[in-house]
Design a binder for this molecule. Sequence first.
Ligand code: ADP
Length: 543
Amino acid sequence: MKLTISILDAFHSHDAFQILDQDDFVASSVARPRDVADVQAIVRWANEYLIPLWPISIGRNLGYGGAGPRVRGSMVLDMGHHMNRLLEVNEKQASVLLEPGVTYYNLYDALQAQGSNLWCDTPDLPGGSVMGNALDRGVGYTPYGDHWGKHCGMEVVLPDGSLMRTGMGAVEGANTWQSFQHGFGPSVDGMFTQANNGIVTKIGMWLMPKPKAMQAYQISFAREDDLGAICEALQPLMVRGILGNVPSLRHVVQEAALHGNQSTYWKGPGPMDEATIAKIAKDFGAYWILYGCLYSEGDDCEGAVQIVKQAFSHIPNAQFKRPEETPQGSYLRNRIKIFSGTPDLMELGWVNWVPNGAHLFFAPISPITAKDAEKQFKMVKQRHAQYGFDCFSTFCVGPREMHHICCIIYDKADEKSKWGAYQMLRDMIADAGKEGYGEYRTHMACFDQVMSVYGWNDNALLHFNEKIKDALDPNSIIAPGKSGVWGQRFRGKGWELWNNERRSVPSERNDQSSSNKGMSRSSSLVSQATSAMSSLAAPASRL
Ligand code: ADP
């Protein structure tokens, strides 16, 4: 077996946007399998030496923990480094089969090179992996924006090293693996998303055929208080499928951050005051801006344009604009790329809002109603004012709900800013939980807290997941702690992370009484991993 290992590799070993101490959530090593057999061998080796593995595809899961493992000292399994082939493009069926290391840029380039008529829906971070984003249930902005919803079939190495294919892939010789998502019997695919039940080595994805016509647009709304009316107008359009993509409703502060940093608008200490935000809103001509795109197989999208204009016409001063009606360099002119399956990075400009900018996401789900959107927005605004951060809210709208994505931008070189951002995130998760809102995704430091929000009927959902985890992975090898699901070797032994704990490793917390109850110290995990690695030089048969 050929295996390249680099100890503490710069990027794949930790979270680039660390929110606990720099040496927390850090890997002891990084392994880069070359093929499925390597993955199986590593999993068997990890079982033998009880080394936790943290699989990543590309590892740019920024805002949610990056490449860092939840259990310090784990071996990061860098699936994408060598296993990066686009295995199949089925132009007629509009599907692909790919390995972990295929990024959105790679897929886009390959489709372009083939003269393909297919689009690949990309998220705001297109440097990441198509597979990794689907597995963490990320979103994009075309009609194919629900990435997990567009997967079709997977190949998975299970925690005992065996290999399984899901859906139609389980049928010997099937040519329908990327045609039908469900196969036969209990559907197991979801057990490998935001999960720790296996390592995915191949995934099928459906792609969108380029439509005949598209129309990108923005609608600007003059008052912050328009939020409720906007949501009520959006809701029937989404349920009836009139708005073709995943529209996003952005607060103007986030918009402003694409065109400058905080010092461009505000010289004072701390977050901007309301008067400054009002001035920004005046300059940008809006407090909220809805970005969307319509698609059609007809000659144009004018029918739908009229329906959309009409739906918002009762909101005073609402303004519908097409890209050519906006200034050069506008976000909308750029957003056409994302709306048509072309990776682009403009969106990330807001990370530079403060020096050494890093971000965390608070991402609760909201129904598309005035009452809920207003309640959530008020809640996050209050917490941002309390903790001294500017508030960046965007609602990404799905057919029946909104992902309220609230970017917390902090100075990662400033301990106070970093800790404040983290504590604010925790407070917002708790606030939301009390009101019955759960997050769709979170930073690994908050996995346990968010899972506790999904606690209906004495944590029945978590217990179900724990039973599956223990049955499949009795040694708790794969990604312990992912999404708050801990295998029996770790569970209840102090690894769960709650408020005010600055270290993820139980034995390194100040309050030794509530932690360090059974799991060996993480530092010994590091030395255990280091000595176990010497066995990797052993003959292939051993592995
Ligand atoms: P990105 O594509 O944004 O760079 P990652 O590669 O970090 O994202 O993947 C996001 C998350 O998805 C990881 O933290 C991990 O939990 C999960 N994941 C990624 N690749 C795999 C894989 N091949 N098998 C199992 N889980 C994976």
